[in-house]
Write a protein that binds this ligand. Structure first.
Ligand SMILES: NC(=O)c1ccc[n+]([C@@H]2O[C@H](COP(=O)([O-])OP(=O)(O)OC[C@H]3O[C@@H](n4cnc5c(N)ncnc54)[C@H](OP(=O)(O)O)[C@@H]3O)[C@@H](O)[C@H]2O)c1
Length: 265
Protein backbone atom coordinates (compact mmCIF):
# COMPACT_ATOMS: atom_id res chain seq x y z
CA UNK A 1 0.00 0.00 0.00
CA UNK A 2 1.30 3.50 -0.83
CA UNK A 3 1.56 5.52 2.35
CA UNK A 4 -0.17 8.91 2.54
CA UNK A 5 2.20 11.19 4.45
CA UNK A 6 1.50 14.33 6.51
CA UNK A 7 4.49 16.43 7.57
CA UNK A 8 3.99 18.24 10.88
CA UNK A 9 6.41 20.82 12.25
CA UNK A 10 6.54 21.28 16.00
CA UNK A 11 5.26 17.73 16.48
CA UNK A 12 6.92 17.20 19.88
CA UNK A 13 4.38 19.13 21.97
CA UNK A 14 1.02 20.86 22.17
CA UNK A 15 -0.95 21.47 19.00
CA UNK A 16 1.58 19.74 16.72
CA UNK A 17 1.71 16.59 18.84
CA UNK A 18 -2.09 16.55 18.85
CA UNK A 19 -2.14 16.89 15.05
CA UNK A 20 0.15 13.84 14.93
CA UNK A 21 -2.16 11.83 17.19
CA UNK A 22 -5.38 12.77 15.39
CA UNK A 23 -3.94 12.36 11.88
CA UNK A 24 -2.44 8.97 12.78
CA UNK A 25 -5.91 7.90 13.94
CA UNK A 26 -7.21 8.96 10.50
CA UNK A 27 -4.65 6.69 8.82
CA UNK A 28 -2.03 9.27 7.82
CA UNK A 29 1.61 8.23 7.94
CA UNK A 30 3.68 11.00 9.46
CA UNK A 31 6.87 13.01 9.12
CA UNK A 32 7.49 14.47 12.57
CA UNK A 33 9.74 17.54 12.77
CA UNK A 34 11.06 19.35 15.87
CA UNK A 35 14.26 19.66 17.91
CA UNK A 36 13.55 17.08 20.66
CA UNK A 37 14.54 13.76 19.07
CA UNK A 38 13.66 11.64 22.11
CA UNK A 39 10.08 12.94 22.28
CA UNK A 40 9.60 12.56 18.52
CA UNK A 41 10.94 8.98 18.56
CA UNK A 42 8.74 7.98 21.50
CA UNK A 43 5.72 9.53 19.77
CA UNK A 44 6.57 7.79 16.50
CA UNK A 45 6.89 4.39 18.22
CA UNK A 46 3.61 4.81 20.12
CA UNK A 47 1.68 5.91 17.02
CA UNK A 48 3.11 3.10 14.86
CA UNK A 49 2.14 0.56 17.54
CA UNK A 50 -1.39 1.94 17.88
CA UNK A 51 -2.22 2.67 14.25
CA UNK A 52 -1.40 1.01 10.93
CA UNK A 53 0.92 3.84 9.84
CA UNK A 54 4.60 4.70 9.39
CA UNK A 55 6.46 7.57 11.05
CA UNK A 56 9.64 9.27 9.92
CA UNK A 57 11.41 11.50 12.46
CA UNK A 58 13.43 14.54 11.41
CA UNK A 59 15.32 16.32 14.18
CA UNK A 60 15.64 19.85 12.91
CA UNK A 61 15.96 23.32 14.40
CA UNK A 62 13.82 25.39 12.03
CA UNK A 63 15.77 28.53 12.85
CA UNK A 64 18.68 27.24 10.74
CA UNK A 65 18.78 28.86 7.31
CA UNK A 66 19.02 25.47 5.55
CA UNK A 67 16.33 23.77 7.68
CA UNK A 68 13.68 23.51 4.95
CA UNK A 69 16.18 22.20 2.37
CA UNK A 70 17.32 19.51 4.83
CA UNK A 71 13.73 18.47 5.55
CA UNK A 72 12.94 18.21 1.84
CA UNK A 73 16.14 16.21 1.28
CA UNK A 74 15.30 13.81 4.12
CA UNK A 75 11.85 13.18 2.60
CA UNK A 76 13.40 12.56 -0.83
CA UNK A 77 16.05 10.23 0.59
CA UNK A 78 13.28 8.17 2.22
CA UNK A 79 10.99 8.21 -0.87
CA UNK A 80 8.32 10.11 1.05
CA UNK A 81 5.80 12.16 -0.92
CA UNK A 82 4.17 14.69 1.38
CA UNK A 83 0.40 15.01 0.78
CA UNK A 84 -0.40 17.12 3.84
CA UNK A 85 1.66 19.87 5.42
CA UNK A 86 0.96 21.23 8.89
CA UNK A 87 3.14 24.29 9.50
CA UNK A 88 2.72 24.51 13.23
CA UNK A 89 6.06 25.09 15.03
CA UNK A 90 6.13 28.38 16.86
CA UNK A 91 6.62 30.33 20.04
CA UNK A 92 6.20 33.83 21.45
CA UNK A 93 9.02 36.25 22.13
CA UNK A 94 8.19 38.48 25.10
CA UNK A 95 9.44 42.06 25.29
CA UNK A 96 9.38 45.27 23.30
CA UNK A 97 10.87 45.30 19.79
CA UNK A 98 14.10 47.17 20.60
CA UNK A 99 14.78 45.27 23.81
CA UNK A 100 14.88 41.90 22.04
CA UNK A 101 18.22 41.27 20.30
CA UNK A 102 18.38 40.74 16.54
CA UNK A 103 19.41 37.05 16.61
CA UNK A 104 16.25 36.30 18.62
CA UNK A 105 14.01 38.17 16.14
CA UNK A 106 15.87 36.59 13.23
CA UNK A 107 15.41 33.05 14.59
CA UNK A 108 11.71 33.67 15.21
CA UNK A 109 11.19 34.95 11.66
CA UNK A 110 13.06 31.93 10.32
CA UNK A 111 10.95 29.43 12.30
CA UNK A 112 7.52 31.05 12.00
CA UNK A 113 7.71 32.79 8.64
CA UNK A 114 10.54 31.76 6.28
CA UNK A 115 10.35 28.03 6.96
CA UNK A 116 6.55 28.09 6.58
CA UNK A 117 6.77 29.71 3.15
CA UNK A 118 9.74 27.56 2.06
CA UNK A 119 8.18 24.25 3.08
CA UNK A 120 4.89 25.22 1.42
CA UNK A 121 6.79 26.23 -1.73
CA UNK A 122 8.66 22.91 -1.69
CA UNK A 123 5.70 20.56 -1.14
CA UNK A 124 2.74 22.33 -2.80
CA UNK A 125 3.75 21.65 -6.46
CA UNK A 126 3.63 17.84 -6.00
CA UNK A 127 0.26 18.12 -4.25
CA UNK A 128 -1.02 20.21 -7.15
CA UNK A 129 0.36 17.72 -9.69
CA UNK A 130 -1.32 14.76 -7.95
CA UNK A 131 -4.59 16.72 -7.60
CA UNK A 132 -4.70 16.22 -3.84
CA UNK A 133 -3.22 18.03 -0.88
CA UNK A 134 -3.98 19.45 2.55
CA UNK A 135 -2.11 22.45 4.00
CA UNK A 136 -2.77 24.01 7.40
CA UNK A 137 -0.88 27.11 8.47
CA UNK A 138 -1.22 27.40 12.24
CA UNK A 139 -1.69 31.14 12.71
CA UNK A 140 -3.44 32.73 15.70
CA UNK A 141 -6.29 34.95 16.81
CA UNK A 142 -3.45 37.46 17.35
CA UNK A 143 -3.07 37.61 13.56
CA UNK A 144 -6.60 38.91 13.00
CA UNK A 145 -7.16 41.13 16.02
CA UNK A 146 -5.69 44.59 16.70
CA UNK A 147 -2.01 44.92 17.61
CA UNK A 148 -0.78 45.04 21.17
CA UNK A 149 2.49 46.32 22.65
CA UNK A 150 5.04 43.62 23.48
CA UNK A 151 5.62 40.33 21.58
CA UNK A 152 5.93 42.78 18.69
CA UNK A 153 6.53 40.45 15.74
CA UNK A 154 4.16 37.67 16.83
CA UNK A 155 0.88 39.20 15.62
CA UNK A 156 2.59 40.56 12.50
CA UNK A 157 3.92 37.12 11.54
CA UNK A 158 0.54 35.49 12.17
CA UNK A 159 -1.21 38.18 10.03
CA UNK A 160 1.22 37.36 7.24
CA UNK A 161 0.36 33.65 7.55
CA UNK A 162 -3.38 34.34 7.33
CA UNK A 163 -3.01 36.49 4.19
CA UNK A 164 -0.50 34.13 2.55
CA UNK A 165 -2.69 31.16 3.34
CA UNK A 166 -5.81 32.82 1.93
CA UNK A 167 -4.13 33.72 -1.37
CA UNK A 168 -2.77 30.19 -1.75
CA UNK A 169 -6.20 28.80 -0.84
CA UNK A 170 -7.68 30.70 -3.81
CA UNK A 171 -4.95 29.45 -6.19
CA UNK A 172 -5.02 25.85 -4.95
CA UNK A 173 -8.71 25.07 -4.72
CA UNK A 174 -9.11 24.24 -8.42
CA UNK A 175 -6.26 21.71 -8.09
CA UNK A 176 -7.69 19.62 -5.24
CA UNK A 177 -5.37 21.17 -2.68
CA UNK A 178 -7.12 22.54 0.41
CA UNK A 179 -5.39 25.36 2.31
CA UNK A 180 -6.59 26.62 5.69
CA UNK A 181 -5.26 29.19 8.16
CA UNK A 182 -6.01 27.98 11.68
CA UNK A 183 -6.50 30.73 14.27
CA UNK A 184 -6.59 29.43 17.83
CA UNK A 185 -6.94 31.67 20.84
CA UNK A 186 -5.53 30.68 24.23
CA UNK A 187 -4.85 26.93 24.09
CA UNK A 188 -3.52 24.61 26.82
CA UNK A 189 -0.03 23.59 25.57
CA UNK A 190 3.60 24.25 26.58
CA UNK A 191 3.51 27.61 24.71
CA UNK A 192 3.10 29.89 27.75
CA UNK A 193 5.59 27.87 29.83
CA UNK A 194 8.21 28.24 27.08
CA UNK A 195 7.81 32.03 26.89
CA UNK A 196 7.47 32.51 30.64
CA UNK A 197 3.98 34.03 30.65
CA UNK A 198 2.17 31.17 32.45
CA UNK A 199 1.75 33.12 35.73
CA UNK A 200 0.18 36.04 33.82
CA UNK A 201 -2.12 34.08 31.52
CA UNK A 202 -3.26 31.81 34.35
CA UNK A 203 -5.31 34.78 35.54
CA UNK A 204 -7.39 34.75 32.35
CA UNK A 205 -10.97 33.41 32.65
CA UNK A 206 -11.07 29.61 32.10
CA UNK A 207 -13.73 30.12 29.40
CA UNK A 208 -11.15 31.76 27.13
CA UNK A 209 -9.06 28.57 27.00
CA UNK A 210 -9.42 25.62 24.66
CA UNK A 211 -7.84 22.18 24.58
CA UNK A 212 -5.36 21.30 21.84
CA UNK A 213 -7.64 18.33 21.03
CA UNK A 214 -10.59 20.62 20.16
CA UNK A 215 -8.38 23.09 18.26
CA UNK A 216 -6.90 20.32 16.10
CA UNK A 217 -10.19 18.49 15.49
CA UNK A 218 -11.71 21.77 14.28
CA UNK A 219 -8.67 22.45 12.10
CA UNK A 220 -8.82 19.05 10.42
CA UNK A 221 -12.55 19.42 9.84
CA UNK A 222 -12.02 22.92 8.36
CA UNK A 223 -9.30 21.80 5.94
CA UNK A 224 -11.45 18.88 4.75
CA UNK A 225 -14.26 21.38 4.07
CA UNK A 226 -11.67 23.65 2.39
CA UNK A 227 -12.38 26.64 4.61
CA UNK A 228 -9.80 29.41 4.03
CA UNK A 229 -9.75 30.34 7.71
CA UNK A 230 -10.86 28.67 10.92
CA UNK A 231 -11.17 30.67 14.12
CA UNK A 232 -11.37 28.20 16.99
CA UNK A 233 -14.32 28.38 19.36
CA UNK A 234 -17.35 30.65 19.57
CA UNK A 235 -15.71 32.97 22.11
CA UNK A 236 -12.77 33.67 19.80
CA UNK A 237 -15.19 34.08 16.88
CA UNK A 238 -17.13 36.60 18.99
CA UNK A 239 -13.93 38.51 19.83
CA UNK A 240 -13.01 38.61 16.14
CA UNK A 241 -16.58 39.65 15.18
CA UNK A 242 -16.50 42.50 17.68
CA UNK A 243 -13.19 43.78 16.29
CA UNK A 244 -14.87 43.92 12.87
CA UNK A 245 -18.05 45.64 14.06
CA UNK A 246 -16.72 48.17 16.56
CA UNK A 247 -14.83 51.31 15.52
CA UNK A 248 -11.03 50.87 15.49
CA UNK A 249 -10.50 53.30 18.35
CA UNK A 250 -12.85 51.30 20.57
CA UNK A 251 -11.25 47.91 19.81
CA UNK A 252 -7.77 49.34 20.38
CA UNK A 253 -8.96 50.67 23.75
CA UNK A 254 -10.51 47.32 24.69
CA UNK A 255 -7.40 45.39 23.61
CA UNK A 256 -5.22 47.72 25.65
CA UNK A 257 -7.34 47.11 28.72
CA UNK A 258 -7.65 43.34 28.30
CA UNK A 259 -5.24 41.18 26.27
CA UNK A 260 -2.39 43.71 26.60
CA UNK A 261 -2.29 42.98 30.32
CA UNK A 262 -1.16 39.45 29.47
CA UNK A 263 1.66 40.45 27.11
CA UNK A 264 5.06 40.37 28.87
CA UNK A 265 7.07 43.54 28.21
N1 LIG B 1 -0.98 27.78 22.77
C1 LIG B 1 -1.60 28.87 22.38
O1 LIG B 1 -2.27 29.54 23.19
C2 LIG B 1 -1.57 29.27 20.92
C3 LIG B 1 -2.52 30.22 20.48
C4 LIG B 1 -2.50 30.61 19.15
C5 LIG B 1 -1.58 30.06 18.26
N2 LIG B 1 -0.68 29.16 18.72
C6 LIG B 1 0.30 28.63 17.75
O2 LIG B 1 0.26 27.22 17.74
C7 LIG B 1 1.51 26.71 17.30
C8 LIG B 1 1.95 25.57 18.21
O3 LIG B 1 2.17 26.09 19.50
P1 LIG B 1 1.81 25.28 20.82
O4 LIG B 1 0.81 26.10 21.56
O5 LIG B 1 1.50 23.87 20.51
O6 LIG B 1 3.20 25.43 21.60
P2 LIG B 1 4.17 24.33 22.28
O7 LIG B 1 3.39 23.36 23.07
O8 LIG B 1 5.23 25.12 22.96
O9 LIG B 1 4.80 23.57 21.00
C9 LIG B 1 5.66 24.25 20.12
C10 LIG B 1 6.28 23.27 19.15
O10 LIG B 1 7.14 24.01 18.24
C11 LIG B 1 8.40 23.38 18.22
N3 LIG B 1 9.46 24.36 17.99
C12 LIG B 1 9.70 25.52 18.68
N4 LIG B 1 10.81 26.10 18.22
C13 LIG B 1 11.30 25.31 17.24
C14 LIG B 1 12.46 25.37 16.41
N5 LIG B 1 13.35 26.36 16.51
N6 LIG B 1 12.66 24.37 15.51
C15 LIG B 1 11.79 23.34 15.42
N7 LIG B 1 10.68 23.23 16.18
C16 LIG B 1 10.45 24.20 17.09
C17 LIG B 1 8.56 22.70 19.59
O11 LIG B 1 9.42 21.58 19.49
P3 LIG B 1 10.91 21.46 20.09
O12 LIG B 1 10.98 22.30 21.32
O13 LIG B 1 11.07 20.00 20.32
O14 LIG B 1 11.78 21.95 18.98
C18 LIG B 1 7.12 22.23 19.83
O15 LIG B 1 6.93 20.98 19.23
C19 LIG B 1 2.48 27.91 17.26
O16 LIG B 1 2.68 28.33 15.93
C20 LIG B 1 1.75 28.98 18.06
O17 LIG B 1 2.10 30.29 17.63
C21 LIG B 1 -0.64 28.75 20.02
Amino acid sequence: MTEKYALITGASAGIGLTFAQQMAAQGWSLVLVARRTDVLKTTARQLEETHDIKCHVITQDLSAGDASAKIVQSCQDNSIQVSALINNAGYGVPGDFDVVDWPTHDAMLQVMLNSVVELTHAFYPAMKAQGFGRIIQVASLAGITPATAGHTLYGAVKSFLVKFSHSLHLEAKEHGVHVTALCPGFTYTEFHDVNGTRPMVSKLPKGLWMSAEDVVAQGLDAVEKNKPIKINGWRNQLIYGMTKLLPDAVTRFLMKGSISKFRKR
